[in-house]
Design a protein around this ligand. Sequence first.
Ligand SMILES: [Zn+2]
Length: 88
Amino acid sequence: MNITKTITETVERLVIEKTICDKCGIEIMREDWYRHDVTFMAEWGNHYPEGGWGEGLKIEHLCKECVHNAFMILRENGFTVKEYEWNW
Ligand SMILES: [Zn+2]
């Protein structure tokens, strides 16, 4: 027979406390129902069923203003930047 007792454990977890814009340094506000996803990346490489390798470029943390500025810099330099709206 096992004799049991209840113990209290302290568990440490790493959580995101806040996100800072990599360009200007302001805090990117996160609210429950506000979406702020920045996916600005490119990858090159080889993908096989058993594995792969490659390299890439990416920008992960930008505030809305810095994202807008980055896309305007690209547009001013001849890149096609498409604007769109989403609704679901
Ligand atoms: Zn910023």
